[in-house]
Design a protein around this ligand. Structure first.
Ligand code: ATP
Length: 271
């Protein structure tokens, strides 16, 4: 966060953590791809202003669970979700839910940076435009600037807002995608291995950003990197073969996990 000192940010976060309210909740979530079941009765709470990391070996269902949180699975043919997933108590699979609005409230950042083939400015202004969040140029300018500020990218791009987003470096493109997600004022941001295509310096920058974004957003991140989960999250959920085997405070998870499978995974014994 650019406007507050680090100590001020820590204080805000500390206050928010102690009162962290339930933001989303999965109850008995099962997911099927055709005949194949990918998730089995997952129960997981996502707390406000908290970074929740989803970890586990390849194919365990982390991304599948992440995608249930904003119904991205709807876009996959033959994918079926059962159970209940709520956002502020409301069932997001209820037929009355407007999926476009849901995805504005629960935004997503993908593995590979995927800016639109448009200018940096337009990449950020696009969402606010389709959701009618600004009335005139001044309001769009304000959203674009504040979103780029929040994504820690403003100073690097403020003099070239009309240049293509695809001309930025990989790390800058990913921060542009984060600015794009932030621009529609989501409540929750889902991140599916957001650093897997980035070098260590760009990764560190995005991790720092995740830490700052927590003051204003609830974040759920899928990561293959245990070190990353330990660095960025406060809660960690460990999946194995479609089951949620453990959910715990991140510190505990990485020092003294309750489940043997978590221990084995953390020690590199499988996956
Ligand atoms: N579109 C799909 N169609 C059919 N099966 C799928 C599809 N997507 C995922 N699966 C299967 O569902 C299971 C869980 O996959 P998922 O991608 O959620 O795991 P993951 O833990 O995120 O894995 P990775 O770390 O490798 O990305 C796997 O067996 C996978 O093959």
């Amino acid at each position: 966060m650019n406007m507050l000192s680090e100590t001020a940010v820590e204080k805000v976060l500390e206050r928010k953590m102690t009162n962290a309210a339930l933001k989303m909740s999965g109850k008995d979530v099962c997911v099927f791809y055709g005949e194949k079941q990918a998730l089995y009765n997952v129960n997981l709470d996502i707390r406000e202003n908290t970074v929740t990391a989803l970890i586990g070996p390849s194919g365990c269902g982390k991304s599948t669970f992440l995608r249930t949180l904003n119904r991205m699975n709807d876009t996959i043919d033959n994918c079926r979700v059962t159970g209940r997933i709520s956002l502020d108590q409301d069932d997001i699979y209820d037929p009355s839910i407007d999926v476009v609005e849901l995805r504005a409230r629960v935004g997503m950042v993908f593995q590979k940076p995927n800016p639109f083939p448009k200018s940096i400015y337009e990449n950020v202004a696009y969402g606010p435009r389709i959701h009618g969040l600004a009335r005139n140029k001044a309001e769009f300018d304000e959203i674009v600037e504040s979103s780029l500020q929040r994504a820690g990218l403003w100073n690097e791009v403020k003099d070239r807002l009309n240049e293509p987003g695809t001309g930025l470096s990989g790390g800058q493109q990913q921060r542009l995608c984060i600015a794009r997600a932030v621009a529609v004022s989501p409540e929750v941001i889902l991140m599916d291995e957001p650093c897997s295509a980035l070098d260590p310096i760009a990764t560190a920058r995005v991790e720092e950003l995740i830490h700052e974004l927590r003051a204003n957003f609830t974040i759920v991140i899928v990561t293959h990197s245990m070190q990353q989960a330990a660095r960025v999250s406060q809660r960690t959920a460990m999946f194995h073969m479609g089951l949620l085997v453990e959910e715990n405070d991140t510190d505990k998870m990485f020092t003294n996990p309750d489940d043997q499978r978590t221990q084995d995974y953390i020690m590199g014994r499988f996956g």
